[in-house]
Design a protein. Structure first.
Lengths: 83, 150
């Protein structure tokens, strides 16, 4: 079974939780954002992520059912606090 | 570029928007406040997902200029800010005050709603927290920073 590799970016509090701002993730072909989030929740500190997560793929906010492609940049966005 | 690590100068931003046909310039300036949810703030740090934040700001400016007959200038600060420093400045310049006020208000609300920027506050008691508008109390205690924010 082929797999897809993507880069996960973490910001703010989430970067603190994981102790890194970026990590690689390997998923099964056809995986969605929800699958990626599920895999991240299984990593150390991943259980501390909130139930509702704001996600962006390649700089655009997406829904959990958004399909992922090889090389995608998935960003986990903590609650926004600009302005 | 809408994000900057340099001080923001709202007056200069406004000057850039002056045109003969623009009779109304509305400027919104957000300053760093010395308190949040009952706690005394001594400084704060803004970080961003910079490429996405730039793209979102560009989208907001373009959308405002499409909805109203105005020109928009927008700057948001990143990095460490002291109390009273300018965090964000928006100028809406149009023929008349109605569209300028409306567009300016819309832009600041949209910036808060969609631009990926985060704020970490340092309090007088030495503690640090991530501002979370969705959390009860408005903030979540921060752990040890592992490296400089971007």
């Amino acid at each position: 079974m082929t797999s897809l590799e993507l880069r996960v970016l973490l910001f703010g509090r989430y970067a603190e939780l994981f102790g890194t701002e970026s990590l690689p993730l390997r998923l099964a072909q056809g995986a969605t954002v929800a699958d990626a989030v599920k895999a991240l929740r299984e990593q150390p500190a991943g259980n501390l992520l909130p139930r509702q997560l704001l996600c962006a793929v390649n700089l655009r906010q997406v829904a959990p059912d958004h399909p992922l492609a090889p090389g995608d940049e998935l960003a986990l966005l903590p609650p926004l606090a600009g302005g | 570029m809408y994000l900057t690590t340099d001080s923001i100068e709202p007056a200069r931003l406004a000057e850039r928007m002056v045109r003969a046909e623009r009779g109304a310039l509305v400027t919104f300036v957000g300053h760093v406040r010395d308190h949040h949810a009952g706690r005394q703030v001594v400084e704060l740090e803004y970080s961003a997902y910079a490429p996405m934040a730039e793209a979102e700001c560009a989208r907001i400016v373009a959308e405002a200029e499409r909805r109203w007959p105005v020109g928009i200038a927008l700057e948001h600060r990143l990095g460490t800010l002291a109390i009273g420093e300018v965090a964000v400045a928006i100028v809406a310049a149009g023929g008349h005050r109605g569209e300028a006020f409306d567009a300016c208000r819309w832009v600041i609300e949209e910036v808060k709603r969609t631009v990926p920027i985060w704020k970490r506050e340092r309090y007088a008691d030495g503690t640090v927290a991530w501002v979370d508008p969705t959390a009860p109390g408005g903030a979540i205690p921060a752990g040890q920073p592992h490296e400089a924010p971007r």
